[in-house]
Write a protein that binds this ligand. Structure first.
Ligand SMILES: [Zn+2]
Length: 376
């Protein structure tokens, strides 16, 4: 099928209204096929992509590690790709909905896994048996600093238990990989795919760009509609991921042309990469200004959540929301706009210190808070 390209790229448009049916491939560019993989939860689907090579296929992202997803893949291998082998699996980043089936598929076809080094080793660290940083004194200290009650870690432990029973836990990882790096070219069939790396949502997120096809496979780095989660976690309590995220937007604005067709991991493929990147930049700048305004009176991280999110949050949403709030706070500290003070009880308080704030502030003219944090 051919996609109708818009004449203007000043706004976001969706040339395809519907996702392909379960187990079916939809060609979205020459040799590029879209597979919508069902997921539980509010996201409902992850978009995976198959790239046709001369004597087989490449897979970009793999779905969750659960039986339902494995079954859809088996159907695809038998029917949709006509019995031809998978030659390589590319995972954009290390989140469970992207790497869940990487081991299954690479074992089945004895083909290599391609990832960036940052994503591969983080996945291995967090994979089954790797443990998580939400327990123990490091996690406890992190959440006390954020102003959370002592029993919050117990609530989180229950959340992790239910999360793993939903197949959302980290799978066992592939034992070896091929490294992807920013600027590298992968030739698949007759198409050169340039690796473009972003950061902030995950450490070293790979996107694939073809200038000949004018297509970007964007993973979770650039999504329409929802804002990917950008969080500080107890693993690295003083990380500044929002700085990386904002710099990545600038990088993509520079290297990806405006007429690019974006194939994201969630929601529908779209045109309008530049307006979307500018929206994302403006969104986070607006959130940061709202936080600065709130911090004229010193605030703890927990009390900043209503600035960002409208809904009452459960323990898992709370964890992601806190991580996001702290990410915004850390970039503001880096910009010398907030100061962090630890009180005797170990709780951090944030205070606005930028003298130009009174000129920049517009407290009644902000975007409405998001409903809840996105699970991507
Ligand atoms: Zn992700």
């Amino acid at each position: 099928m051919s996609i109708t390209r818009p004449t203007s790229f000043d706004e976001i448009t969706y040339p395809i209204n519907e996702r392909p049916a379960k187990g079916e491939l939809q060609e979205v560019a020459p040799g590029v096929y879209w597979l919508a993989m069902p997921m539980s939860g509010s996201l409902a689907f992850i978009n995976l992509y198959l790239l046709e090579d001369h004597d087989g296929w490449w897979i970009v992202d793999t779905g969750l590690s659960n039986a339902q997803t494995t079954q859809v893949w088996e159907d695809v291998f038998t029917n949709a790709i006509g019995g031809r082998p998978v030659l390589g699996v590319i995972c954009t980043h290390m989140h469970p909905d992207h790497i869940g089936q990487a081991k299954h598929i690479t074992d089945r076809f004895r083909c290599p896994l391609y990832m960036t080094q940052g994503e591969y080793f983080q996945a291995r660290a967090f994979a089954n048996g790797g443990g998580n940083s939400q327990s123990g004194w490091i996690g406890e200290k992190f959440y006390v600093q954020a102003g959370m009650p002592k029993d919050y870690l117990e609530q989180l432990a229950k959340m992790w238990a239910s999360r793993s029973s939903e197949g959302m836990s980290m799978p066992t990882m592939v034992q070896g990989y091929e490294r992807l790096q920013d600027g590298q070219i992968l030739r698949i069939g007759e198409t050169d795919w340039q690796i473009v790396v972003g950061s902030g949502h995950s450490p070293e997120h790979a996107c694939l760009y073809s200038s000949a096809l004018k297509v970007l496979i964007s993973g979770d780095q650039i999504l329409p509609i929802i804002t990917s989660n950008v969080s500080v976690h107890p693993t690295e309590p003083n990380a500044n991921p929002l700085k990386n995220w904002m710099e990545s937007h600038d990088h993509f604005l520079e290297v990806i042309p405006e007429d690019t067709f974006v194939l994201p991991a969630h929601n529908l493929p779209f045109f309008g990469v530049k307006p979307r990147l500018r929206d994302l930049i403006n969104h986070h700048e607006d959130r940061m200004l709202a936080i600065e305004e709130a911090c004229v009176e010193p605030q703890i991280a927990k009390d900043l959540l209503p600035v960002l999110f409208a809904r009452k949050l459960d323990s898992r949403q709370m964890m992601m929301a806190l991580g996001e709030a702290i990410a915004h706070v850390h970039l503001l500290m880096h910009r010398n706009r907030l100061q962090r003070v630890a009180s005797d009880d170990g709780v951090f308080r944030y205070r606005s210190v930028d003298p130009t704030l009174s000129r920049r502030a517009h407290p009644f003219d902000h975007e409405a808070p998001d409903d809840q944090p996105a699970y991507v």
